[in-house]
Design a protein around this ligand. Structure first.
Ligand SMILES: [Fe+2]
Ligand SMILES: [Fe+2]
Length: 173
């Protein structure tokens, strides 16, 4: 199993997952240090954490139950993540934040990696393992929040004010 996963995932991510696997996965908490001061984004981060924590809870080792949970949740979770990234990009694009393109590029990379993993599972190139899938998504998403979202806090607040002040800007175009 490790060999198959290692071929599919980035080596660095694989080693993190392997470490987590040995140590058991911790639940996520969106504490004060992760709050951006934009309620819509903060609530979406909390929802992402809730969905990941729910997946961690379902890593019971009972393959049938884990597979069922995966297929019931994966499509909506990816859709939710995509709409979250869209919202962040819409807000950042209203500012002159110099790292907006880098931020967007990381969003795209995460979605591409997760999509590739789900396609490989669907095509049976890799075996579905809920623990690995959850650990992988958790690692990528939480790292992004810590590294990219928190760093852009000031710009999210500024962009959100512009967004709220010009609600009709979209329809004017
Ligand atoms: Fe985010
Ligand atoms: Fe982001």
């Amino acid at each position: 199993m490790n060999i198959i996963i290692e071929k599919t995932l980035d080596r660095k991510v694989f080693h993190v997952i392997n470490y987590v696997y040995r140590e058991k996965m911790d639940f996520i908490e969106i504490g004060y240090e992760y709050l951006l001061g934009v309620p819509e984004i903060d609530n979406q981060h909390k929802e992402l954490a809730k969905r990941l924590n729910n997946a961690i809870k379902h890593c019971t080792g009972k393959k049938k139950d884990e597979d069922k949970f995966y297929y019931e949740n994966i499509d909506y979770s990816i859709k939710f993540l995509k709409s979250h990234f869209d919202l962040e990009e819409k807000i950042l694009c209203k500012t002159d934040y110099e790292n907006t393109e880098k931020h967007k590029a990381d969003h795209k990379k995460i979605l591409d990696e997760i999509t590739k993993m789900t396609e490989d599972i669907e095509k049976k190139k890799i075996e579905l393992n809920l623990f690995y899938v959850t650990a992988f998504v958790k690692e990528r998403v939480m790292k992004h929040i810590k590294k990219h979202d928190v760093a852009a806090k000031k710009h999210f607040i500024e962009g959100n004010k512009i967004n709220e002040a010009r609600p009709s800007a979209k329809t004017k175009r």
